[in-house]
Design a protein around this ligand. Structure first.
Ligand SMILES: Cc1cc2nc3c(=O)[nH]c(=O)nc-3n(C[C@H](O)[C@H](O)[C@H](O)COP(=O)(O)OP(=O)(O)OC[C@H]3O[C@@H](n4cnc5c(N)ncnc54)[C@H](O)[C@@H]3O)c2cc1C
Length: 453
């Protein structure tokens, strides 16, 4: 049977595997994390229970398909568990890379590597209990700056303002290089934290940038901006609650100032003017004014980038693909080899691995399915495969000293977590380190074996 390897079991990979399996081929998932789900499990806000439960159910149904195989706790890439060459040596008929965007942008700022400075994804992985981030130090102080003004920034602000167990937040400041007109978060997301905004403070900040925005014809009067992005602030009975959520527009970080213990103590920002581009969009340009903000924790929520260590050829926007010049706007899934100027036969990228940090789960799902369609089309012209069988793959992984987690293991883990949830009267329980998951799987396996004996 022809077999497609799918690298990464987030929404893109899971729905790609489903499509491949329903077309009658084997789909073999390799996933870095023990559990499937990617950012749907370890990124989406912990309290969005309904969405998370719904997605977990769909992922479980996909894993139930008899021709879908799963190997969790296996990371692909140079210097990781298996290289791409190791995968290719197992002779897959095609490979779809759906491993998301695991790298972080670095701005090259002085002090950027100080303690207390985090990439949003790592921070989000931490509070969503993904090993090993769950047990690493992501301590926060009282005044936290978040660079970026999209939904991820608001999710993190929500955690810090309302749900972080440390409960020491006094103020979260969202810092954006452009103006209020270019706010990227949705009304629904800001709705979760709007009570932390002090309307007079936001008005003062809008006044501070008003003249600079007016030069590019942007109306940032409180009337316009409240109506467009913060309608609740206009409600008569609106009252603010601590801790505070504030904004600083038209500012870019220029240096992290660390204290003698190496932890961020302040943030220097440079103010920006806006210039109009020919297409009507604006570009922030430093105007030479600097300010120092009293910030003791900094989180960069400026989008993710691809992990170069995976080993796929890189292009200007991540893993290399080549647009068809006749259809430049059509999505391209096939990986391109820029050195030999040719497409890589049977190798595809989809989801955030194709376009980093773009869109919601539904978009990643759709992208995974489109990538799978291309793989399926490619398979039609290919001879029967000689791929290692799932049993041989398992043995080969174990032979390398790896600890692959199978579909059967995931069922045992699910049962163990369900019992923990019931014991502690929780909606859901999840282990936050791999060792505890392995032990729970073994305990459950022994319990099942002895109940059968
Ligand atoms: C903070 C945050 C909040 C979000 N909230 C929402 C929301 O509320 N609603 C919504 O619809 N969308 C939300 N999203 C977006 C959604 O999570 C993404 O659209 C979606 O998860 C992307 O799917 P993906 O499969 O492309 O990548 P990912 O979800 O990142 O999955 C990648 C998978 O690949 C695996 N992997 C990574 N590297 C390797 C490797 N080297 N080898 C093997 N496996 C690897 C990972 O373990 C993971 O399972 C949010 C995103 C973030 C960052």
């Amino acid at each position: 049977m022809k077999t497609v390897f799918v690298v990464g079991a987030g929404p893109a990979g899971m729905f790609a595997a489903r499509k491949v399996a329903l077309a009658g081929f084997n789909a073999v998932l390799f996933n870095r994390d023990v559990k499937p789900g990617g950012l749907a499990e370890y990124g989406i806000y912990p309290l969005k229970d309904k969405m998370k439960f719904g997605l977990r159910k769909q992922f479980a149904q996909i894993l139930d398909l008899p021709n879908v195989y799963y190997f969790g706790n296996v990371k692909i890439g140079n210097g990781y568990d298996l290289t791409i060459a190791d995968l290719d040596a197992m002779r897959p008929s095609a490979v779809i890379y759906t491993c998301g965007a695991q790298g972080a942008h670095e701005l090259g700022l002085p002090g950027e590597h100080s303690k207390g400075v985090y990439a949003a994804k790592d921070f989000v992985y931490h509070y969503n209990q993904l090993p090993p981030y769950a047990s690493q130090d992501f301590s926060t102080g009282r005044r936290i700056g978040i660079i970026g003004i999209g939904n991820v920034a608001i999710d993190i602000a929500r955690w810090l303002l309302q749900d972080s167990p440390s409960r020491n937040t006094e103020e979260v400041t969202i810092i954006a290089r452009r103006g209020p007109v270019e706010i990227k978060f949705d009304k629904k997301e800001i709705g979760y934290v709007i009570r932390h905004i002090v309307p007079e403070e936001l008005t003062a900040e809008l006044d501070r940038v008003r003249e600079r925005c007016a030069r590019v014809d942007e109306d940032v009067s409180p009337e316009a901006i409240f109506a467009e992005h913060f309608p609740m602030l206009n409600e008569e009975d609106f009252t603010s609650i601590p801790p505070r959520l504030s904004f600083r527009f038209l500012s870019s970080p220029t240096a992290v100032i660390a204290s003698p213990d190496g932890r961020i103590a302040q943030l220097e920002v440079g103010d920006n003017d806006l210039v109009l581009r020919p297409d009507g969009s604006t570009k922030p340009v430093p105007n030479g004014q600097k300010a120092v903000l009293e910030i003791d924790t900094l989180i960069f929520a400026i989008g993710d980038m691809h992990d170069e260590q995976l080993g796929l050829p890189m292009g200007p926007n991540g893993y290399a693909t080549q647009a068809d010049p006749d259809h430049p706007d059509e999505p391209v899934f096939q990986v391109w080899d820029p050195i030999h100027s040719c497409a890589l036969a049977g190798r595809f990228v989809a989801g955030w691995a194709r376009r980093a940090s773009t869109g919601l789960v539904g978009i990643a799902r759709h992208d995974g399915e489109l990538g799978a369609e291309q793989a399926i089309e490619y398979l039609q012209s290919q001879p029967e495969g000689k791929t290692l069988s799932p049993e041989e793959i398992f043995d080969s992984l174990e032979g390398r000293g790896l600890h692959p987690v199978t579909k059967a293991d995931l069922s045992l883990l699910g049962a163990a977590e369900q019992q923990e949830a019931e014991k502690h009267h929780l909606n859901y329980f999840k282990y936050s380190d791999n060792q505890s998951m392995f032990e729970a799987i073994e305990r459950e396996r022994s319990a099942v074996a002895s109940s059968r004996a």
